[in-house]
Design a binder for this molecule. Structure first.
Ligand code: NAI
Length: 269
């Protein structure tokens, strides 16, 4: 049966790939992007997010089966936090009632293996406190110190997003409405976002040192899209709160085999 999907970032890269695969198999897609989309809106501002929600509701008659949130940027600027965190969380929250009207509502967002990189705890905390002004203020002070420090906006926005997914997924708003909520964390994906980054042997070596991908190397947008499609399919009834590292092994290389230490206290105390 055909489902109605909302795909952000649908004009390029992973989002375009997701939208294309969905349309090919007969699902209805409402794309949201700055340009070349059914809904043209800027997810970096509350005004843009609210307009995007309104236009999505109008285009779908108020029922949305799934949202795949791909829109994102990686520039060393505060807007990265606005798009990658608040442009996802506030947009999704605005669509909860429309998702509730579906028989099998599902949501997946695109995080990143960058969640494993150093972050600004102040940005992460402000994001999780839903304090956009403070998150952007801290990101601006970091950006003033140059692009290397300013880059912290990116891993911080993605770490906060993955933590938000984990925290929200079990609440009445999400689990209570029967909505699995997950994230996919890619490694290095061949899209316009990485074209320049991978343009010289030196920059490739730098990227590969930071993002080691022993399984099959750099990945196609399809390798991310197919997992996003499964997570948002009706077949996914119990996977929720996960950040799935779809990254050629980068997470396993960087964090090793024990990611369970100290997570659940013993019932014996
Ligand atoms: P891309 O640059 O090809 O596509 C991103 C899309 O988001 C573009 O169409 C752009 O117009 C849209 N967008 C940006 N700012 C927006 C705004 N303010 N409002 C609405 N739409 C906006 O990038 P790509 O690679 O497809 O990225 C998709 C997601 O994957 C992003 O969230 C990115 O952080 C994440 N990711 C990408 C990786 C890569 O290596 N390319 C690795 C890990 C994560």
């Amino acid at each position: 049966m055909s489902r109605t999907y909302v795909v952000t970032g649908s004009a390029s890269g992973v989002g375009a790939c997701v939208a294309g695969l969905l349309r090919e198999r007969g699902d209805r897609v409402v794309g949201v992007d700055l340009r070349d989309a059914e809904v043209q809106a800027d997810l970096s501002t509350d005004e843009g997010r609210e307009r995007a929600v309104e236009e999505v509701l109008a285009a779908t008659d108020g029922t949305v089966d799934a949202v795949v949130a791909c829109a994102g940027i990686s520039a060393p600027v505060p807007t990265t936090v606005a798009v990658n965190f608040f442009g996802v969380t506030r947009f999704l929250t605005g669509l909860l009632h429309a998702l509730e009207r579906s028989e099998a509502p599902r949501v997946a967002v695109v995080s990143s293996m960058a969640t494993l990189q150093p972050v600004s705890e102040a940005i992460v905390d402000a994001c999780l406190a839903d304090d956009e002004d403070e998150a952007l203020r801290v990101a601006a002070t970091l950006a003033e110190q140059g692009p290397q420090v300013g880059y912290l906006a990116y891993p911080s926005s993605k770490r906060a997003l993955s933590r938000w997914v984990r925290r929200e997924c079990v609440t009445a708003a999400w689990a209570g409405r029967g909505i699995p909520l997950n994230a996919v964390a890619p490694g290095t994906v061949l899209t316009p976002m990485t074209t320049q980054l991978l343009s010289t042997p030196e920059s490739v070596a730098m990227v590969d040192a930071a993002v080691p991908m022993p399984l099959n190397g750099h990945q196609s947008p399809e390798s991310v899209a197919s997992l996003l499609l499964w997570l948002t399919d009706a077949a996914n009834t119990h996977v929720t709160g996960q950040t799935i590292y779809d990254d050629g092994g980068a997470d396993a290389v960087l964090r090793g085999d024990d990611v369970w230490t100290g997570t659940v206290p013993s019932p014996a105390g």
